[in-house]
Design a binder for this molecule. Structure first.
Ligand code: ADP
Ligand code: MG
Ligand code: ZN
Length: 482
């Protein structure tokens, strides 16, 4: 049987606020355990939460950027469950008057065009703390760190609109890109500030009914989500082929075995017994607040892509690649501001800079690249002014990466300036003497043969000849015209 994949995501993103969502504690990542806590986020009786306005504004901005309908009144609910890293025994979340509903995000699928993925709802809640399970002999206990408890967490729930692994990947990239452009989260998957929970089911190709889904949690990078989709496809299709049923459950990814493992069944899952949190007031969202939040929206990825096509003359593909990451697009624009040659700069960013990025850990951005935008612009300017040719540039670039030095400095230090005629002449003479037959052909009008002599001179000069000047000089020496 052949199956179609059906995927919906629950996206959790920690908002970039200085303090937590219901108290004034700091949200800094990596502080010593339990140093960023107070009675409110420790869940002490009698303490009262107060909504962090900044967290609310960032959420509203995101809801609007995701084209959501925003209610006039948004409220908070208690989601009751017991877990050691949740000291109140409930999570404050939203279950009814969500901050946003019925939105969408447009996802660029390359050749296949743009696909609109519907957003079911977006809501503001709080993150839990972290349980730490020390490993090794004598470590038969667990520890709790509540620094993260109460960190503002925005949850974005999509409709099950994704149909392939490629669409899932494009969606994750588009969502991360949007959140980065909005500057609402630092989106570091390794640190957990952006998490994609995968909901996936299969159905026979051509069927219009959904199958039973599983939910997979704790996926800390996009590549893990993609591996997980492959593993689940295999597991679920084998089950269905054997006439079995997929159990509705929550599963975890096992990175070593490259499979998912059951964590808990959804069939017997708790009823969370949601009810309105009596400690928090309703939030009235006025037309003025919406207008102000709309006014604060920056240029978003697809709009920037269109601008790169329209005003910088880039191809849709190049513009898509460059604008996918805000930092890369910023870098590229900073370089173009220094040296106005968008096409060549786009090529260098998409090849040289991108291959450097590909070798770095997943959350690395171009901001930590040793080659700054000004340096890259300077390098292309050196090429455009014929100070160096593109062969030399290919030698200079890795040295720029290695040393962080400016290209002009490297060209000077390494003696990579192009040779002038006086330096080239002896090399040309040598090449002619060593290849009498070729020289004769050229004299006889076979101009194509010049390539062979050029190759030889280029090699001897270490690539330091300007191709146009060299061609002209060889012709001159052999007495051929044009
Ligand atoms: P639950 O009640 O189990 O949390 P929801 O209806 O709230 O389920 O949906 C949670 C997520 O699962 C959403 O992102 C949704 O798009 C996705 N989803 C729902 N049904 C399916 C399905 N049959 N296959 C894949 N994903 C699904
Ligand atoms: Mg749900
Ligand atoms: Zn606190």
């Amino acid at each position: 049987m052949s199956y179609e994949i059906v995927i919906g995501f629950e996206v959790h993103t920690e908002l970039k606020t200085r303090s937590k969502v219901w108290c004034g504690c700091a949200t800094t990542f990596g502080a010593p355990p339990n140093t960023q806590v107070c009675p409110v986020c420790l869940g002490m009786p009698g303490s009262l939460p107060v909504l962090n306005e900044d967290a609310f504004q960032l959420s509203l901005k995101t809801a609007l950027a995701l084209n959501c309908e925003v209610p006039e009144i948004s409220t908070f609910d208690r989601k009751n469950y017991y877990y050691p890293d949740l000291p109140k025994n409930y999570q404050i979340s939203q279950n009814d008057k969500f901050l946003g509903q019925k939105g969408w995000i447009d996802v660029d699928l390359g050749e296949a065009g743009i696909k609109r993925i519907r957003i079911n709802n977006i809501h503001l809640e709080e993150d839990a703390g972290k349980n730490i399970h020390p490993e090794g002999k004598g470590h038969d206990y667990s520890l709790v760190d509540l620094n993260r408890a109460g960190t503002p967490l925005l949850e974005i729930v999509t409709e099950p609109d994704l149909r392939t692994k490629e669409e899932a990947q494009a969606f994750m990239l588009a969502m991360r890109s949007l959140l980065q452009y909005l500057d609402v989260s630092d989106c570091k998957m390794q640190e957990g500030s952006l998490r994609f929970e995968l909901n996936m089911s299969l159905r026979p190709k051509g069927s219009d009914k959904f199958g039973t889904k599983v939910e997979v949690k704790n996926l800390n990078s996009m590549s893990v989500v993609l591996k997980c989709i492959d593993a689940e496809f295999e597991r679920q299709s084998e089950l269905l082929d054997d006439g079995g049923k997929v159990a509705a459950e929550t599963r975890l990814w096992d990175e070593v075995a490259m499979v998912t493992r059951s964590m808990r069944s959804k069939e017997t899952a708790n009823d969370y017994r949601y009810f309105p949190d009596p400690d928090l007031v309703d939030v009235e969202i006025t037309a003025d607040m919406i207008a102000a939040a709309k006014g604060s929206l920056p240029e978003l990825p697809l709009a920037r892509r269109q601008r790169f096509i329209d005003s910088l003359g880039l191809s849709p593909y190049d513009a898509g690649v460059l604008t996918a990451s805000k930092t890369t697009a910023d870098y590229f624009e900073a370089a173009v501001a220094r040296h106005n040659n968008p096409k060549t700069l786009a090529n260098w960013v998409m090849t040289g800079i991108q291959s450097w990025l590909n070798e770095q850990p997943e959350d690395t951005t171009v901001e930590s690249c040793p080659i700054k935008a000004e340096s890259l612009a300077e390098m292309v300017a050196l090429i455009d002014s014929n100070t160096i040719n593109s062969n030399i540039a290919k030698k200079v670039f890795p040295l720029m990466l290695e040393t962080g030095k400016r290209p002009s400095v490297i060209v000077e230090e390494q003696g990579l300036k192009p040779m002038d005629d006086t330096a080239l002449d002896p090399l040309i003479d040598e090449a002619i003497a060593a290849n009498p037959k070729i020289a004769e052909d050229i004299r006889g009008g076979k101009l194509k043969a010049i390539g062979a002599l050029m190759g030889s001179v280029m090699k001897k000069s270490g690539g330091r000849a300007n191709p146009d000047a060299l061609t002209a000089r060889i012709k001159q020496k052999l007495g051929v015209e044009g």
